[in-house]
Design a protein around this ligand. Structure first.
Ligand SMILES: O=C(O)CCC(=O)C(=O)O
Length: 160
């Protein structure tokens, strides 16, 4: 698919554990359900005035995505409980391309739909980075299939 890049093992198991700890700590502190069984969404907005300091592990992850997208100015972490899914959608065009997603905690499947008649499913392994740009954003919808184990998506974006 034009514009889609999947990079395996972009973070170490150590950084994966630290990112998982960030989401655990955030869940203990504040519950913001995200719908579809996504039981928690945490936000870190590094370049805005923000009362949510960026954890060291998130700064490290930002350095990993920077070569692919430049410096993000928005990071959200969506925690999926077992059984959660994310329906097909596109990300609004006010987010610059590409968008980077780091998968933490468990392998998942991401499905892609072109005009809702052609679909394909791709494995998105833990510790992998998905870089979404080009036609993968403009011509395709994407969604996360029901997850069998809890996982967290760290989504790095730059608002135009
Ligand atoms: O959960 C994921 O891996 C993808 C997240 C996503 O598509 C989104 O937040 O727009």
């Amino acid at each position: 698919m034009q514009g889609l890049d999947l990079r395996r093992d972009v973070i170490s198991p150590r950084l994966e554990d630290e990112l998982a700890e960030v989401i655990r700590a955030s869940m203990a502190h504040d519950q913001r359900p995200g719908g579809h069984g996504i039981d928690h969404v945490a936000g870190f907005l590094p370049l805005d005035a923000c009362d949510n300091p960026i954890p060291t592990a998130v700064s490290e992850a930002m350095a990993v995505v920077e070569p692919f997208m430049g410096i993000p100015n928005s990071v959200i972490a969506s925690h999926y409980a077992a059984g959660a899914h994310l329906p097909f959608h596109t990300d609004p065009p006010f987010w610059a391309s590409p968008i980077c997603v780091l998968n933490v905690g468990a392998d998942v499947e991401i499905s892609w739909s072109h005009a809702y008649w052609h679909t394909l499913t791709v494995k998105f392994p833990r510790r992998a980075l998905m870089v979404m740009g080009g036609e993968s954003r403009t011509d395709w919808h994407h969604g996360i299939n029901e997850v069998t184990e809890a996982r967290t998506a760290f989504v790095f974006r730059r608002r135009i």
